[in-house]
Design a protein around this ligand. Structure first.
Ligand SMILES: [Zn+2]
Length: 65
């Protein structure tokens, strides 16, 4: 996940099972300056869905410090 363009780093990653078949995730993401935030969120949630079968993700975007 850290190889995504526009993604600088992430922290506070939590993953838990909602049921025997569904997983949920929350994560704080630090975006690169000037990257398209909507695109970044879509890429991350797409990656989570395809690679980890996580259908419910909550992504908090933070500016680099
Ligand atoms: Zn944070």
């Amino acid at each position: 996940m850290s190889s995504l363009p526009g993604l600088k780093s992430f922290h506070d990653l939590h993953i838990w099972a909602m049921s025997t078949t569904e997983m949920a995730l929350t994560v704080h993401v630090v975006a690169e300056d000037g990257c398209g935030l909507n695109d970044l969120i879509e890429k991350i949630s797409g990656e989570l869905r395809h690679r980890f079968l996580i259908v419910h993700s909550t992504i908090q975007i933070e500016a680099p410090r």
